[in-house]
Design a protein around this ligand. Sequence first.
Ligand SMILES: [Mg+2]
Length: 136
Amino acid sequence: MRLPVCVDFDGVIHLSENYRSPDVIEGDPVPGVLGWLEHLQERYEVVVLSTRAESVAGKLAIERWLVAHGPFGGVRATAVKVPALVYVDDRGWRFTGSNFPSPEDVHRALPWHKERDARGRLDVRAAASAVGVLPE
Ligand SMILES: [Mg+2]
């Protein structure tokens, strides 16, 4: 039995520049991810954790995208957090027992693929798109 490792889809596996809906996946793989996933699944069960998988259409879209991009037919997608050794996510905060993120830490935290403008403002529309919600 291989122990599970949970991997986020958008921002870790898939570059989601123009998020439209959970079942529409049009972006490219994150550079280097396909070889990494292939190597990882030699030893661990890769489980893709994504809110896209809240719907059957989104779950199937992820699994089809994976099959189209490599030997990932056995990789399942879920929106439910499952027990895993490690969670790989572009928006995670590594908690070490006391380092609760302050509101400022949260404000400054950006995934690797996002930047602030010269005035330090986050592109709210892009950030909302990246997490699959529409900004108000
Ligand atoms: Mg993500």
